[in-house]
Design a binder for this molecule. Structure first.
Ligand SMILES: C[S@@+](CC[C@H](N)C(=O)[O-])C[C@H]1O[C@@H](n2cnc3c(N)ncnc32)[C@H](O)[C@@H]1O
Length: 190
């Protein structure tokens, strides 16, 4: 399924804080991630269905999962869909605990309580050298970076990636990541 098909099939539910990326951004993100993940890596997209669809449309990788609350997305790929509710942050499949090499995260609700719950999930999932890419609003970014460090021992740095939503968004967004040269991720020419 392409991101355009996804957007036609699945309208945004604002009660669930659903704001989809543009198809161009989802494709760009997939293109940037592909060279930095290895064939054996386990990937999860947490609360980021368009990013998942863009990535799998381009690369159709194994060991790539969508953790999402909205059960509509089970239709995309029932084997890769994991029902996830951040209100139960540690309720994740056993086979993913401590096994995730790369987590893309775009939580709903830009507040500290939500950030803390999702950070607990990330901690539960990450493999020892696992990496995190957090796409979120600038209004919560400083607090979220502190929370990820405290809860999951993940040090996030701002990347160069410019996040773009389909309909434009009033909230300014950015992307923070945990690997050594993450600042360059998404810079011009990459
Ligand atoms: C800000 S959107 C991120 C979507 C991203 N921009 C994309 O296009 O892929 C937040 C996501 O969190 C999901 N969500 C809402 N409530 C949730 C909950 N209780 N637990 C986990 N995810 C939830 C929404 O369904 C939505 O996909």
């Amino acid at each position: 399924m392409s991101v355009e098909e996804f957007r036609k099939g699945f309208g945004e539910d604002w009660q669930l804080s659903q704001f989809w990326y543009s198809a161009e951004f989802a494709a760009r993100l997939a293109h940037l991630m592909a060279p930095i993940v290895s064939r054996s890596d386990v990937l999860v997209f947490i609360s980021s269905p368009t990013a998942y669809v863009g990535f799998q449309h381009a690369y159709n990788r194994k060991q790539t999962y969508l953790l999402e609350y909205d059960r509509r997305f089970e239709l995309i790929d029932a084997e890769e869909f994991v029902h996830y509710d951040l209100e139960e942050p540690l309720r994740v499949p056993e086979h993913l605990k401590g096994r995730v090499d790369f987590a893309v995260v775009d939580p709903p609700f830009l507040n500290e309580v939500t950030s803390r719950k999702v950070a607990e999930t990330v901690k539960e999932l990450l493999a020892p050298k696992g990496r995190v890419l957090l796409l979120t609003g600038r209004s919560i970014a400083d607090a979220a970076c502190g929370i990820y460090k405290e809860v999951a021992d993940v040090e996030l740095k701002e990347t160069a990636l410019k996040v773009e939503h389909a309909g434009g968004l009033a909230n300014a967004f950015g992307a923070w990541a945990s690997w050594p040269d993450a600042e360059k991720f998404g810079s011009e020419g990459t």
